[in-house]
Design a protein around this ligand. Structure first.
Ligand SMILES: NC(=O)CCC(=O)C(=O)O
Length: 263
C-alpha cells in the first residue's frame, strides 16, 4: 500500500484556506505518485485557535465530510482525514473521519485524551466512544490523535482488535519532539504494527510544531520521516507481510497474561 502523508503548515483560524491547501495537495499527489492512502494532520481546519473555535469549528462535520468524501471518491483514494475542531450538541470535539476509495465514511473518532499543555480541556470535550478498528483495502487499521500516543492502553486495545496499521494524526510541539519520536517507536514495537503519523509544522500562539512525521514498521524500524518543522510530503510504501512475520517470530500477543495485570 502506497502512502502520502501531508506534514502541513496549518493556516491558523482559516478553514477555507486549509481546505484549499488540502485539495491542491491531494491533486498534486494523485498526479505525481498515485498513492492508495493519504494522511492529514490534527485540527487542520482551525489549528489551535481554541478561543475562537465557537466561530471556526465545523458543525457535526457538515463541511468536512462532503469535502473529504468527494476527494476520496473522485481520486479513488483512502483518506485518513486527520482531525478537525467539530461542534456537536453539547460542545466542541477534536474529531477524526476516515473515508475509503468509494468516498464512504468508514470510521469516526473523537479524541478521548485532551492535552492540558495546549489548554484543550478548557475548550473541548473528550470523546467517549471505545477505540475501534476499520478496514481499508482489506487491512484492519486504527487512528489515534496526538496526545493519545502517551496512553499505551488505547493503542493496545486497537491492536488487540486486529489492527495492523495505526495512524497518529498530530500537532505535536517541537518542545517535546523526543517524546514524539520515541513513543511512536515504542508503540510500533510493543504492538507489532505499522505506526504512520502525520504531524503539522508551523507555529500557533508561540508554539512551534515539530514536523518529523514518521512511518515505522512493526519491527521498530524507520521506513520514512519528514523534515523537522517544515511543510513537506512523506511518501512511503508499506509491506503488510512483515506484520505476521514479526508476530510469529516474537509472539507477544500469545505471551500476554492479562488476568495477572491487576486491571
Ligand atoms: N495536540 C496534542 O495533543 C499535543 C500533545 C503534546 O503536546 C504532548 O503530548 O506532549
Amino acid at each position: 500500500m502506497k502512502y502520502a502523508i501531508y506534514q502541513m503548515d496549518v493556516v491558523v483560524a482559516d478553514p477555507e484556506a486549509n481546505r484549499d491547501k488540502i485539495k491542491n495537495w491531494i491533486e498534486t499527489q494523485v498526479s505525481k505518485n498515485k498513492p492508495d492512502t493519504v494522511v492529514l494532520p490534527e485540527m487542520w481546519n482551525a489549528g489551535y485557535a481554541l478561543d475562537r473555535l465557537e466561530g471556526l469549528a465545523d458543525n457535526n462535520g457538515e463541511n468536512t465530510i462532503p469535502f473529504l468524501s468527494n476527494l476520496a471518491k473522485k481520486h479513488q483514494i483512502n483518506i485518513i482525514g486527520g482531525s478537525i475542531a467539530n461542534k456537536k450538541e453539547n460542545g466542541i470535539y477534536n474529531s477524526s473521519y476516515v473515508f475509503n476509495r468509494k468516498g464512504e465514511l468508514v470510521h469516526q473518532y473523537d479524541k478521548m485524551h485532551l492535552v492540558p499543555m495546549l489548554d484543550e480541556p478548557k475548550y473541548l470535550n473528550g470523546g467517549e466512544a471505545k477505540g475501534a478498528v476499520f478496514d481499508l483495502d482489506g487491512v484492519k487499521m486504527g487512528v489515534i490523535i496526538c496526545y493519545d500516543l502517551r496512553f499505551p492502553e488505547l493503542m493496545r486495545a486497537i491492536a488487540l482488535q486486529g489492527a495492523e496499521v495505526i495512524h497518529v494524526v498530530a500537532q505535536w510541539p517541537t518542545a517535546r519532539k523526543d517524546h514524539w519520536k520515541f513513543l511512536q517507536y515504542a508503540r510500533a514495537i510493543e504492538n507489532q504494527c505499522y505506526v504512520i503519523s502525520a504531524n503539522s509544522s508551523g507555529t500557533c500562539n508561540g508554539t512551534d510544531f515539530a514536523g518529523e512525521s514518521m512511518v515505522i514498521n512493526p519491527s521498530g524500524e524507520l521506513v520514512a520521516s519528514g523534515q523537522p518543522e517544515t511543510e513537506s510530503t512523506i511518501d512511503a510504501s508499506i509491506d503488510l507481510s512483515i506484520v505476521a512475520e514479526i508476530r510469529n517470530n516474537i509472539p507477544v500477543f500469545e505471551s500476554r497474561v492479562p488476568h495477572l495485570y491487576g486491571e
